[in-house]
Write a protein that binds this ligand. Sequence first.
Ligand code: 5IU
Length: 281
Amino acid sequence: SSITLQTYASRAAKQPNAAAKALLECIERKQSNLCVSVDVTNKQDLLDVCDAVGPDVCLVKTHIDIVEDFDLDLVQQLTALSQKHDFLIFEDRKFADIGNTASLQYSSGVHKIASWSHITNAHLVPGPGVISGLAKVGQPLGRGLLLLAEMSSAGALTKGSYTQACVDEAKKDTTGFVCGFIAMSRVDEREGPNTERDLLILTPGVGLDIKGDAMGQQYRTPDQVIRESGCDVIIVGRGIYGALMTEEGKADKKAAFDKVRQQGSRYKKAGWEAYLARLGQ
Ligand code: 5IU
């Protein structure tokens, strides 16, 4: 039957990709399909947000290249928090070069993403060589890759035959390294139930209070994303940590972090209720 009618637990039991399996198990254990996107530019804020919302999330998404004072201690502390609070880490790197270069960007440089990030993602623009290049590094480490099948921003070119090509490549990936998509809908089931290979769908562009931002972001609610569109994980950034960015929040960090925690718990509940509603419970 359609993936949307299966529980996270039953999908975890059958999942061959280690990172995807760990994520599904974590979702079930914590009753949370919430991924927080922590797009802050200093190390301590990043760690503090993860510590504040850690209990409510299954996954923390980073943009490690925006952190001004990045060092390897940051990823050690982030890893420690992922163990303390039981969440996985997803570096939203969006690899998009030929296989050989993507492989080096994944393993090496300042950030050494493969060494600490359980999940990362790639555009299929270069063709399937980007998958093999990343798989060479990530596969032996038990990592997972998401293909960017659809984006949330207005006017995105990720549509039609491009989206379909991402689905086709994921289904025929022989490395087992591709474990899902970033997408706005159940792209793997456009042509009927996907009985071939369980692929996760992680979805950004989620907000309960506003419809978008000034730079093309478009928000939908957790219910629209999980129940109506059949996606698996909601990704929420400013909806959760936004209080830290205001003048008020900068002046009173303690109050701001209370708001961050409240929003984390609010989105966690909304995501889980939408999942239960999808199952008809
Ligand atoms: N993100 C998107 N849309 C996409 C992809 C990634 O918003 O299609 I691919 C990222 C960008 C940001 C986070 O890191 O997800 C969403 O943040 P906000 O919830 O603050 O808009």
